[in-house]
Design a protein around this ligand. Structure first.
Ligand code: 6PG
Length: 288
């Protein structure tokens, strides 16, 4: 059972609490309910991390799904509940575009959240993926991570929370199916050329995702029903990136809406709601 820490005083959304369809997989009525459920968890986890370590290190996701969450966090109901001076904001990936470009993950989060909450500028760590020497920028980002994040005993940076979406092909951040990058075992940040998009990206690598205290997947819309069922219920010889990202020690939580969960209603034969969703640790059995 997911330890949500949900409490009535964190801004109960109009429609009630998500239901757990598989361990760690929470289904919300719709995209708005999903954003509220994510915002309540963000607030609770920020409090916990700040109480424990004095700061909250979070990597934001790109794409369209987190936009509503950013808006809810910036709303009067929520923005006053977080000590933003103790929040450090990073990204799980970025497109090779300038910050003002409509495709910029930084740009979207800035417009929807960061310009509306009192987070100090020095606490916002953009991935400079528009740097003409993107490899240099990736190296510089590793230096920033090294400066602000604690290292786990595998010498990887440990985020308190990493937000992730899932692409229709099962990609997460900018880690795409079939990419050699999925076998990366030392670098923290990489700059894949995503051939099908014809563009370069900057992304946190799988070991960094696996080192997070919490991974929160936000998945919304009927167009994601097929891939979500695949990710959670179908064992694959070559696991999808979304199946591979399982924290070494932390929690992996999926917040999805009814539309995205529409294929989960009929769990495959032999799969019960108590069985953990598919998730293959890259090196199962090798504990840190
Ligand atoms: C990006 C993302 C990417 C995203 C998925 C889902 O930069 O595009 O980080 O991994 O999370 O593609 O995108 P949507 O939320 O738009 O469906």
């Amino acid at each position: 059972m997911e330890n949500t820490g949900e409490s009535p005083n964190t801004g109960e959304s109009p429609k009630g609490l998500p239901r757990e369809i598989l361990p760690g997989v929470m289904v919300c009525a719709d995209a708005v309910e999903l954003a509220y459920a994510a915002a309540r968890r963000f607030v609770d986890w920020a409090w916990q991390a700040i109480a424990k370590n004095g700061h909250f290190n979070v990597a934001l996701s790109g794409g369209s799904t987190p936009r509503e969450l950013y808006r809810v966090l910036a709303s009067p109901d929520f923005r006053g509940q977080i000590d933003w001076a103790r929040v450090h904001v990073f990204w799980s990936d970025e497109r090779a575009v300038p910050p003002e470009h409509p495709e910029s993950n930084y740009g979207m989060a800035r417009r929807e959240l960061l310009l509306r909450v009192p987070v100090p500028g020095g606490n916002v760590h953009r991935m400079e993926a528009d740097d003409p020497v993107i490899g240099r920028a990736a190296h510089a980002y590793e230096t920033v991570l090294r400066r602000f994040l604690p290292l786990n005993d595998r010498a990887f940076p440990e985020f308190d929370l990493i937000l992730l979406g899932i692409g229709a092909d099962g990609h997460i951040a900018s880690l795409f199916p079939g990419s050699r990058l999925l076998r990366e075992s030392s670098r923290w940040v990489s700059t894949p050329l995503v051939s099908k998009l014809g563009m370069r990206r900057m992304t946190l690598t799988m070991p960094v995702l696996e080192s997070a205290h919490r991974l929160l997947f936000l998945v919304s819309g009927a167009e994601k029903a097929e891939i979500l069922h695949e990710v959670l219920c179908v064992e694959r010889k070559e696991p999808l990136p979304a199946q591979m990202a399982v924290p070494w020690r932390g929690d992996r939580i999926f917040l999805v809406d009814e539309a995205a969960a529409s294929r989960l209603a009929q769990l495959p034969p032999g799969k019960t709601a108590s069985q953990s969703p598919v998730g293959t640790r890259r090196s199962e059995g090798k504990k840190p």
